[in-house]
Design a protein around this ligand. Structure first.
Ligand code: PLP
Length: 370
């Protein structure tokens, strides 16, 4: 397969990952190779650290892995303190997190709520006290459903019962507020291809010093041993050969991320979420079609909305119709595959671009629902 050649207008690609990448960021990847054990690389790494620390709200090093985000999801469990895991499950990615704990040999209990719902912090404390878990795993923005967990409250709840809390904020970081240091978090990771809006292939994590000190020592493995990342970070290096081309893309992208600022980025994403919810409510009112967001107001992720498709209208047909109008949206994920479509309003998207996408979705849903 040859990669798609045609340049389409920016603001048409609304998949909930990978997200649309600006041409200037893609072009940055054609930079020449350098030694990853030289001064030029260390300067690049140090510069990236400054930006990434702002993104996570931390003064800790931000580990950069050459892997997709799932790599640092596995690292969460491999490096967490020994003992039982309470896995908070409310969708496809939190389910994956639970499965990784099992695969890493942990005893796992699930605190499962329906897909589209969020978890209750008080319940987390109660369950950890009763079950003696040492680790709680949670997904911030459940990309399969569009639900946003209150990870600050859940982390506090885990701490109140003596457990650490490992947080998947893959589609959260830069779209939904998260302050690593201020909120006293233990471990948070994300990937490059969601709201950070660079191509897939890098993953980022912050671990508190306390989390690393309490961590598993015998079963961390090699590639995702965070102690190795920490040691290397001290000299502005990575344990293994980094994906240099993606670092160049990140370097360019961080400039505009910092120029916008985190608070403005969170507000822009919140506005895109609200616009999508308003659009669905209006379409439902005007047409009588059952097209509500899956998630109740107040619990919606700012970065992704799963929309229920009306009876008799398949997500596949919606995605295809929208594509014919020049826009890309996502189908349903996991057990929501046949009942939802997903709009990824994250990264560098704007309200204006989103309006175009929503217009296309509206036309298609009206036509199919007739
Ligand atoms: C995309 C995503 C992942 C998986 O990321 P990969 O980069 O595909 O490994 C995990 N969790 C959430 C919430 C995601 O959105």
């Amino acid at each position: 397969m040859t990669p798609p050649a045609a340049e389409t207008a920016f603001g048409t690609f609304f998949l909930p990952g990978p997200t649309e990448v600006r041409p200037v960021v893609r072009q940055a990847m054609s930079g020449r190779m350098i030694s990853h054990r030289g001064a030029e690389f260390r300067a690049l790494y140090a510069r990236l650290q400054q930006g990434l620390r702002v993104v996570f709200g931390t003064s800790r090093p931000v580990f950069v892995a050459t892997s997709s985000a799932t790599g640092l999801m596995e690292a969460a469990i491999r490096n967490a303190p020994p003992g039982r895991v309470l896995a908070l499950v409310n969708g496809g990615f939190s389910e994956r997190f639970a499965n990784i704990s099992v695969a890493c040999g942990r005893a796992v209990d699930r605190y499962e709520v329906s897909w589209g719902a969020v978890h209750d912090a008080g319940e987390v404390t109660a369950r950890v006290r009763a079950g003696g878990h040492t680790v709680v795993s949670v997904v911030h923005s459940e990309t399969s459903t569009g639900a946003l967990n209150d990870v600050r409250a859940i982390s506090d709840a885990a701490h109140a019962a003596g457990a650490v809390c490992v947080i998947d904020s893959v589609s959260g970081i830069r779209g939904a507020e998260l302050r690593f240091d201020d909120w006293g978090l233990d471990y948070v990771f994300t990937g490059s291809q969601k709201a950070l809006a660079i191509p897939p292939g890098l993953a980022f994590a912050v671990a508190s010093g306390r989390f690393l000190a309490a961590g598993e020592h015998d079963r961390r493995g090699i590639y995702f041993d965070l102690a190795e990342f920490e040691t290397n970070a001290e000299r502005d290096e990575t344990p293994n050969t980094p994906a240099l081309s993606l670092y160049y893309a990140l370097d360019v992208q961080l400039e505009s991320v910092l120029t916008e600022g985190m608070a403005a980025a969170w507000a822009r994403h919140a506005a895109m979420c609200a616009r999508t919810g308003d659009w669905a409510a209006r379409l439902q009112r005007d047409t009588g079609l059952a097209v509500a967001p899956l998630v109740a107001p107040g619990h919606r992720s700012p970065t992704v909305t799963a929309i229920l498709t009306p009876p008799g209208v398949t997500p596949r047909a919606v995605v295809r119709g929208v594509a014919e109008r020049g826009y890309t949206i996502g189908g349903g994920y996991g057990k929501l595959k046949d009942s939802t479509v997903r709009i990824g309003h994250m990264g560098d998207h704007t309200l204006e671009g989103l309006d175009g996408c929503l217009d296309a979705c509206g036309e298609v849903l009206r036509a199919l629902g007739r």
